[in-house]
Structure formats: C-alpha cells, structure tokens
Design a protein around this ligand. Structure first.
Ligand code: NDP
Length: 313
C-alpha cells in the first residue's frame, strides 16, 4: 500500500483544491473513471472529496470498504448520506463559517436587486429604451418586513445586514434560537403571510424538500418577494413558476434551482426575477478559504489530528 492515502474525487472541484489534493494524496477522479476502473480502485479508497449536492448515497459509500472520511467542499452536505457514513464510523466534514458573509451579502444583493429591478433597469438603460420614457417605479426596501427561513449562521448574518436597512425581522426554524432579538414564528405559512420578503437560508435535503409550496407562496401574496440562497430543492419550483406567472407573488431572486445547471425556460422568460448561477459563495477569497478547509480536514484526519469542521452528529 502506498504511503499517500488514496482519495476519490467525487465531484468537479476547483483547481486550487485539486492542486493541493494531488500534491499530497493519490487522487482518483470518479468523474472520468470508467465503471471497471472505479471498481478496481474502490478497495483502496480511504477518503472522498466531494461537493454538497453531489450524491454520495448509502449504496455508493458501501462500495468503499476502507473509506474513513468524506470531505465536502461547501457547508451544505445534503447530497451525502451522513447517517450511512456514521453507521460505519466514516467521518463527514464540511466548510462552515468561511462562506457565511459572502452568502449573506449575496442574499441582500438578490433582495435589493429584485425589489429595485436592477437587472431590468440595466437592460432598459443599455438598450436606449429610456429615450421613450422613464422606468417603472419599484419597491422600497428600507423599513420593510423580512422573514428568514433557516436562522443559522447565514440567516443570522442576513439579519444583521437587514437590521441596517431598518427591516422588521422575523424568522422560522424548527425551534426558536435563544440568543436573537428577532421574532420567532413557529409556522412557515404564517410567517410568509406577515412579511414583504421571504428569504430562504435553511439546509437542503429530505427534511426541507418543497417546504415552500403553493400554500406558502399564496400566503406571501401579490406584494411579497421570495429570495432563495438555500437550495433549489426547498421550493416547489413548478408552484413557484405558476405563482410568478399568475402574479400571486411580486417577484423572486433565485441563486439555486431544482435541476442545476438547468434553469426552466418558464423562469427565464418571466420579468421581476433575478436569476443567478449558484454563486452566493463565489468570491476568490471565500472559495480559496473553502478549498483550504476542505483540504485541511483531510490532511488532519490522515495525520491523526482532530478534524477542523466535522458535521454535527
Ligand atoms: P446552519 O446549520 O448554521 O443553519 C441552518 C438553519 O436552518 C438552522 O438555524 C436550522 O434551525 C434551520 N433549519 C433546519 N431545518 C429546518 C427546517 N426543516 N425548517 C426550518 N428551518 C430549518 O447552516 P448555514 O447557515 O451555515 O447554511 C445554511 C444553508 O445555506 C446550507 O445548508 C446550504 O444549503 C445553503 N448555502 C447555499 C449557498 C449558495 O451558494 N447559494 C452557499 C452556502 C450555503 P433548526 O435546527 O432549529 O430548524
């Protein structure tokens, strides 16, 4: 056996992370290996480097009898069956905290840009349409009511930013947070009915699938905006398209989609939307910090040191 642990690269990872992995481990790229080549190397795999939404299922984990650790590049690890991993004593790590500020900044960017229609206005100014008359009036943000679904690390960072816009802040989690001044609303539909902007920053996965459904969108209402920096899976996308088409909500800012990188045509055609390609953590500084943390967790494990950021048990 080689002194350098064998690591399986389960998803397309950024060059900086790939470089560090290749310098230290024997890497096998699952995204380009044939089925036979993967089967041949499977018994020696001791670590998996992956991304949050890439499927690392119970069945997949079972193919690697020597697996010790799954290091996820990203804070969300909804693609990984962490329960199956735990049952076999396999560690799972993610990259919390280092991306919190960027994702919160981006949630506010989407909120402001959607309410003030910055993308439509940019097109209006560039195209010369302005010469025919002024741009339509938009929606005031300062002093409005914000509902945050998933008041965790990112949700709290969004709330701190929203406070500077004098927004009235309420939130919904499965249970209230003890250390925040914001109003807790135990029922999501009730929260949606009481706010101007509903911002989603909860984890993806089975526990939150389609939590934002037609009922919640109806409650948000024709003056309400939906902002999603969580996961596409937390929204019933077909219901969202219908609500937007029928004017049941005012607009949406979406960084995440059900079937990325595919953005439904129906969404692409609608006005009053800001659509971005899952880029909330996408700054040079933050993606580098995420890559370093994903690497450092593997490095710590294979040198017998405590993991930096294991996912909660
Ligand atoms: P945290 O674990 O700190 O926060 C998650 C919050 O969601 C918790 O407060 C939790 O509270 C709440 N929550 C969990 N389940 C539910 C539920 N069923 N209903 C309502 N609330 C729930 O995570 P982070 O803030 O660090 O990250 C949140 C998510 O943001 C990630 O999991 C990821 O999916 C997404 N993300 C997206 C990015 C992007 O590029 N767009 C980048 C980074 C993250 P409680 O347990 O009380 O319910």
């Amino acid at each position: 056996t080689s002194a350098r642990p064998d690591i399986l690269i389960a998803a397309a990872l950024p060059p900086h992370l790939m470089q560090r992995l290749q310098d230290t481990f024997t890497c096998h790229d699952a995204t380009s290996l044939s089925e036979a080549a993967l089967a041949a190397v499977a018994p020696s795999i001791r670590g998996i480097a992956s991304k949050g939404e890439t499927k690392v299922s119970r069945e997949y984990i079972a193919r690697f009898p020597a697996l010790e650790i799954i290091s996820v590049f990203g804070v969300g690890y909804d693609g990984v069956d962490a329960v199956a991993a735990r049952e076999r004593g396999i560690e799972v790590t993610n990259t919390p905290d280092v991306l919190t500020d960027d994702v919160a900044d981006f949630a506010m960017t989407l909120l402001l840009s959607t309410a003030r229609r910055v993308v439509d206005a940019d097109r209006f100014a560039r195209s010369g349409e302005w010469k025919k008359g002024p741009f339509a009036l938009t929606t005031k943000v300062t002093g409005s009511r914000l509902g945050i679904v998933g008041l965790g690390r990112i949700g709290k960072a969004i709330a701190r930013r929203a406070a500077a816009f004098d927004m009235e802040i309420s939130y919904h989690n499965r249970s209230p947070q003890s250390d925040v001044p914001y109003r807790y609303v135990a029922d999501l539909k009730t929260l949606a009915g009481e706010v101007d902007f509903l911002v989603l920053s909860m984890p993806g996965g089975a526990g939150t699938r389609a939590l934002v459904n037609a009922d919640v969108l109806d409650a948000l209402g024709p003056k309400g905006f939906l902002i999603n920096v969580a996961r596409g899976s937390v929204v019933d996308e077909a219901a969202l398209i219908k609500a937007l088409q029928e004017g049941k909500i005012a607009g949406a800012g979406l960084d995440v989609f059900e079937n990325e990188p595919n953005v439904p045509d129906a969404l692409a055609k609608l006005p009053n939307l800001t659509l971005t390609p899952h880029m909330a953590s996408g700054t040079v500084i933050t993606r580098t910090a995420m890559a370093d943390l994903a690497f450092d967790n593997l490095q710590a494990h294979f040198s017998g040191k405590p993991l930096l950021t294991p996912v909660p048990r």
